[in-house]
Design a protein around this ligand. Structure first.
Ligand code: AMP
Ligand code: FE
Ligand code: FE
Ligand code: ZN
Length: 300
């Protein structure tokens, strides 16, 4: 059941990466390709967390090699209205091991995917109207049926058209939250998303709460409020977190009894981070599994 572990002196450590994306959202590997890439990277436990979508679960499960375990999940697009700042902040919530047929989750994911599609069309129209060589056909060619569309798909079209040199440059120049081409969505209030994940037997983990380069972030004391509505964990070790913010979050997690996770947030070639660049402690993983009642961790 336990796969090829990495030996660190006398301690045998599993490589646990609990946050990765596929072509079902804004990653560039399809679900089977993600599993193969994870195996090549020596990952023992993989979390599959596409944005607002569980459509990759079955294909990833079918591709699991012997020894690898799959934690089925999703990353929910949310807003936080809590905290001192009155303006809502865009936040992401990781849900793990929830029942994917839970009616409220299905309905909200369908709503968000439709809204993502409409928003992407409107962003493309705005850019095309200003003379940028982008069109819906090119952008939507990156999106398999039922996938969650987003800015990274538009970014890829801008790279292909030679407007920018990389997806990262597209975000820095044209697609960031303050850009005239950026359009918001009506994402789920984070407390509502936590309640849905819990009701579906899953564990809710606040994704990269202090990823400051993406825009405004929540006040850390929001975590305490969310614990009261069922938040179970916080992603501390993430490529977009500074050492200082990791220390702050680790301290808060200890005070609040939150599970601490670490993950690459791998997006294939849409980002430079590689699988297992950040990992989760095996004891934290065990705690997460112990709190879930929705679906099982799958073993290859
Ligand atoms: P959207 O869901 O359309 O609002 O787009 C947000 C997504 O863009 C996030 O899920 C990230 O994966 C991705 N993203 C944000 N900033 C960058 C960046 N600088 N480079 C590549 N991808 C990014
Ligand atoms: Fe993403
Ligand atoms: Fe995220
Ligand atoms: Zn993510």
């Amino acid at each position: 059941m336990i796969g090829a572990a990495t030996s660190l002196g006398s301690v045998t450590r599993l490589r646990i990466d609990l946050h990765a994306h596929t072509t079902v959202s804004d990653g560039t590997d399809d679900p089977a390709g993600l599993v193969a890439a994870a195996a090549a990277a020596g990952v023992d436990v993989l979390g599959l967390t596409d944005h607002d979508n569980t459509g990759g679960w079955d294909a990833a499960a079918a591709a699991l090699p012997p020894g690898m375990r799959l934690v089925r999940g999703a990353e929910f697009s949310c807003v936080s209205h809590t905290g001192r700042d009155e303006r809502p902040v865009s936040v992401h919530l990781l849900g793990y091991l929830f029942d994917p047929d839970h009616a409220a989750i299905v309905a909200e994911q369908v709503r968000l995917r439709r809204e993502r599609e409409h928003r992407l069309h409107r962003m493309i129209e705005r850019m095309a109207a200003d003379g940028y060589p982008v069109d819906a056909e090119t952008v939507f060619a990156y999106l398999p049926e039922g996938a969650s569309g987003g800015r990274p798909h538009l970014a890829r079209a801008l790279v292909a058209a030679g407007v920018v040199g990389s997806v990262n440059e597209a975000f820095a120049t044209l697609l960031h939250n303050g850009s005239p081409y950026y359009l918001p969505r009506s994402d789920t209030p984070v407390a509502t998303a936590i309640a849905m994940v819990r009701a579906a037997g899953g564990v809710a983990v606040f994704a990269h709460p202090l990823a400051r380069r993406r825009g405004r972030v929540v006040e850390p004391d929001v975590l305490a409020e969310l614990v009261t509505v069922g938040l179970g964990g916080v992603e501390v070790d993430h490529p977009d977190h500074s050492a200082q913010d990791r220390a702050l979050l680790r301290g808060l997690a200890g005070d609040l009894g939150l599970i601490v996770t670490g993950s690459s947030d791998y997006h294939g070639t849409n980002k430079t981070t590689q699988l297992a660049a950040e990992t989760t402690d095996p004891r934290a993983f065990e705690e997460l599994v112990a709190r879930a009642t929705g679906v099982e961790v799958l073993a290859g």
